[in-house]
Design a protein around this ligand. Structure first.
Ligand SMILES: Nc1ncnc2c1ncn2[C@@H]1O[C@H](COP(=O)(O)OP(=O)(O)OP(=O)(O)O)[C@@H](O)[C@H]1O
Ligand SMILES: [Mg+2]
Length: 365
């Protein structure tokens, strides 16, 4: 899929934009603080209905304004669709070809994106929650229905936490919630494991391709919901929940479930989280994101790839190898940089270059 036209109103610092972007590579360049990341964020919002950086949708609306609109025309194998997102206060609404979207799966059927930003190093270096979120997002990109699994688990966990925190938790109700937790947890873990299984070999090869050397990369999912299928996982979780009941009541919080799982990332047998150098961490996260793109291609899908602030991320040799990988994968790539020279040679005739200055965007050579 390819975003061929992008129109924005009232979005961050960007002046009303109307850009033709029908190219494999969209290079966004300019000095610091001009609006490069904001432009990529507009694409991300269109593809995911979420902000790329902050948690609040209202941060995306230009200061002192009430609402923002991002509109895009996405061309896929089945034709071109007009997607539109409207933001007003904390709310957002989506439209597909001029009609309000009821079921978001209809919307996400037309657009998907994978993004890499400098902040993503945290996926490797911080606690397990960010790695689980990465995996859930990858599973969602592969299959939008994954969102339902994540929400179901959140719903059960929220109810269970509230019950455990209450004065005298009703144990019959706790039994019901634990059953639901085992079922929802098993479904979620199974989908995560399958997703990781599809990604892991690509993470290894891409890491080698970007780093330019052979490094033993291990990617593993650690869970108490063990087993070869969802039924076995559900049973394993149910057993663990039963044996943890007394502790959970005493400590008044949940102690068992996929919210405790870990995506373990090892370089040469050591946790990348504790031992990876900055460059290694960046290369690893890039390999993880690119792996999503390669796995998508194997499914016949080509999400849009957003690469924010390339210049600050890698040394020249690694950047050159990364660009080679991007040229090989035939997805549309939006890349922002302070200096397009960092990118080296991109395929002639397949590049749109956008210069960003104080929120104004001009097509340049
Ligand atoms: N809601 C908003 N309304 C108006 N301006 C905003 C809003 N959000 C962010 N900005 C401004 O947008 C400017 C550009 O931000 P952006 O992160 O896109 O810069 P950049 O070109 O990516 O810079 P860098 O190279 O430093 O990453 C920031 O200086 C910020 O003040
Ligand atoms: Mg930026």
């Amino acid at each position: 899929m390819r975003l061929v036209r992008l129109v924005t109103q009232g979005f961050r610092n960007l002046d009303g934009l109307d850009l033709q972007t029908d190219a494999r590579f969209v290079v966004v360049h300019g000095p610091n603080a001009q609006g490069k990341t904001n432009l990529l964020e507009a694409v991300w919002l269109l593809a995911t209905l979420r902000p790329l950086r902050s948690h609040r949708v209202r941060d995306l609306v230009t200061w002192e304004q009430e609402q923002a609109t991002v509109s895009g025309w996405v061309r896929g194998e089945a034709g071109t669709r007009h997607l539109r997102v409207d933001l007003g206060g904390p709310r957002r609404t989506a439209q597909l070809d001029g009609k309000a979207v009821g079921d978001l799966d209809d919307y996400f059927a037309w657009v998907r994106a994978i993004a890499f930003t400098p902040a993503d190093g945290a996926i490797v270096t911080e606690g397990p929650a960010l790695r689980r979120t990465w995996l859930d997002r990858a599973a969602f990109t592969a299959q939008p229905a994954h969102l339902g699994r994540v929400r179901e688990l959140q719903r059960v966990l929220a109810q269970k936490s509230a019950l455990l925190a209450s004065d005298r938790p009703d144990t019959a109700l706790l039994d019901v919630l634990d059953q639901q937790l085992a079922r929802a947890g098993a479904a979620l873990v199974e989908a995560r494991v399958q997703t990781l299984r599809a990604l892991a070999p690509h993470v290894r090869t891409l890491h080698r391709a970007i780093a330019g050397l052979e490094v033993d990369v291990q990617v593993r999912y650690r869970t108490e919901a063990t087993g070869d299928d969802p039924a076995a996982r559900q049973e394993a979780l149910a057993v663990r929940l039963r044996s943890a009941r007394r502790d959970e009541l005493r400590r008044r919080r949940t102690l068992v479930g996929p919210q405790k799982d870990e995506v373990r990332l090892d370089l040469e047998g050591h946790a990348a989280r504790h031992f990876g150098s900055r460059g290694q961490v960046r290369s690893l996260v890039l390999a993880m994101k690119l792996a999503e793109l390669v796995a998508a291609r194997a499914r016949g899908d080509r999400p849009i790839f957003l690469l924010d602030d390339l210049s600050s991320e890698l040394d020249r040799a690694r950047t050159a190898r990364l660009v080679e990988q991007l040229v090989d994968l035939d997805a549309q790539v939006w890349v922002s940089t302070t200096d397009p020279a960092h990118l080296g040679a991109l395929p002639p005739g397949e590049v749109v270059t956008l210069g960003v200055a104080e929120g104004r965007v001009t097509v340049s050579d």
